[in-house]
Design a protein around this ligand. Structure first.
Ligand SMILES: Cc1cc2nc3c(=O)[nH]c(=O)nc-3n(C[C@H](O)[C@H](O)[C@H](O)COP(=O)(O)O)c2cc1C
Length: 151
């Protein structure tokens, strides 16, 4: 089975809700095994074994939260093994402008690994219907891409 990994941090649940919807969208695609993990449960093997990787964080001081950044920093141990995978990024934020900056920090982390980021979602605080739809679309789009490319 083609694996799609979602790794996220969430303190008050908003980013967690987004992760849940992304997983729902991805699960609609046949042939995809979706693993959605809080960052404290995720392992470096999870990253290596997945064909697609989506990371999400609340916006903290215009960046990703430290818990996720710490996991990203540890991923230097698998540097070179994630190249060519496909990815996505998402954030819940207080303000759109700061959320965009957080999305950039998430994008840069994946891009530095050679992961091709093909989608992003931003929600101001809790995701409303529009953002929930965008999350499902992100999951579905990445899952389809993996299947179509035979990953
Ligand atoms: C420590 C901390 C730092 C934050 N920094 C920012 C910030 O720089 N810009 C912003 O727009 N919102 C900021 N926020 C608001 C959160 O991004 C927002 O409430 C988000 O929805 C929380 O996501 P969660 O429910 O997944 O934890 C901050 C919140 C906390 C707790």
């Amino acid at each position: 089975m083609t694996k799609l990994l979602i790794v996220y941090y969430s303190r008050t649940g908003n980013t967690g809700k987004m992760a849940c919807e992304i997983a729902k969208g991805a699960n609609e695609v046949e042939g995809i095994e979706v693993l959605s993990k809080r960052v404290d449960e995720a392992t470096l093997d999870d990253l290596v074994n997945a064909s697609g990787i989506i990371i999400g964080s609340p916006t903290y001081f215009r960046q990703m939260a430290a818990d996720l950044k710490s996991f990203i920093d540890k991923s230097i141990d698998v540097y070179g093994k994630l190249k060519g995978k496909f990815g996505g990024v998402f954030t819940s934020t207080g303000t759109k402008a700061d959320g965009e900056k957080c999305l950039s920090s998430l994008y840069e982390a994946l891009d530095r690994h050679g992961i091709k980021v093909i989608g992003k979602v931003l929600s101001v605080e809790a995701p409303a219907d529009k953002e929930l739809v965008a999350c499902r679309e992100l999951g579905r789009k990445l899952a389809r891409k993996l299947i179509d490319d035979g990953k």
